[in-house]
Design a protein around this ligand. Sequence first.
Ligand SMILES: Cc1ncc(C[n+]2csc(CCOP(=O)(O)OP(=O)(O)O)c2C)c(N)n1
Ligand code: SF4
Ligand SMILES: [Mg+2]
Length: 269
Amino acid sequence: MDEKDLKLNETEFLNEDICVAEYLVYKKPETLIDIDLHYCPGCGHGVVHRLLMEVIEEMNIVDKVIGVAPVGCSVFAYNYMDIDMQEAAHGRATAVATGIKRVLPDKLVFTYQGDGDLAAIGTAETIHACNRGENFLIVFINNAVYGMTSGQMAPTTLPGMVTTTTPFGRDTSITGFPLKISELVAQLPGVCYVTRTSVHTAGNVRRTKKAIQKAFEYQMQNKGTCLIEVLSNCPSNWKMTPLESNKFIEEEMIPFYPLGDIKVPKEEK
Ligand SMILES: Cc1ncc(C[n+]2csc(CCOP(=O)(O)OP(=O)(O)O)c2C)c(N)n1
Ligand code: SF4
Ligand SMILES: [Mg+2]
């Protein structure tokens, strides 16, 4: 762009002049289907959907990828992602992914699961798939509640956190402590990569994208199970504005669920 182009004089430089292909620096991935998402404003699910589709397109693996959708707010993930997708019963995504990956080992498989799906009803499937070292990626969306069913306590709900089933705050003497799934599965020898990211700031969105890319690379190298936990906003059930929900992640969730790599492949240490 030369100086003349940069002159933002309304009469000379209309919007149509800016919106030309040669100035394009960002576009929506084609595999992110162009329909309205049903997610609430400020929800983290849509951001993670976009990142997955960006990575899959950039890595040129659109025809190789199979996703497994969960039950939860992202139950319709297959309506938004223009790739091969399979729905699983609540909590059973890693069992379904095991079958798919074993029958079609050349495919790149990922599950997409909320904390209720993965860490409550699906705890057994998750732990055993990780313990078997199944060679696929688990994308774990931790918003600390059962979002879809109106915000009940999940195993990941923070101590003292108010939910519809813990109206006085989560009392750990009654309900136990939040399950740190990432730290748990990182102990298992079949698991190669575990990291915790978030989508509440631009920098963390970029780090989440990088983690997804790395996990697909490890899967191509048959390294075992990868799990990416994403701390994700649920403004509706947290009864917050989207901005307040970003602050909640920063000030309440991250101190309890610290961001960063929990396990990386041996040769990268
Ligand atoms: C077998 C079964 N049990 C319970 C439900 C009800 N149910 C639907 S979604 C959900 C929780 C989803 O929470 P989470 O996985 O955290 O996803 P989020 O909506 O927060 O993204 C529950 C309990 C169900 N659909 N099927
Ligand atoms: S209820 Fe929460 S998780 Fe579900 S779409 Fe709304 S913000 Fe997202
Ligand atoms: Mg949830």
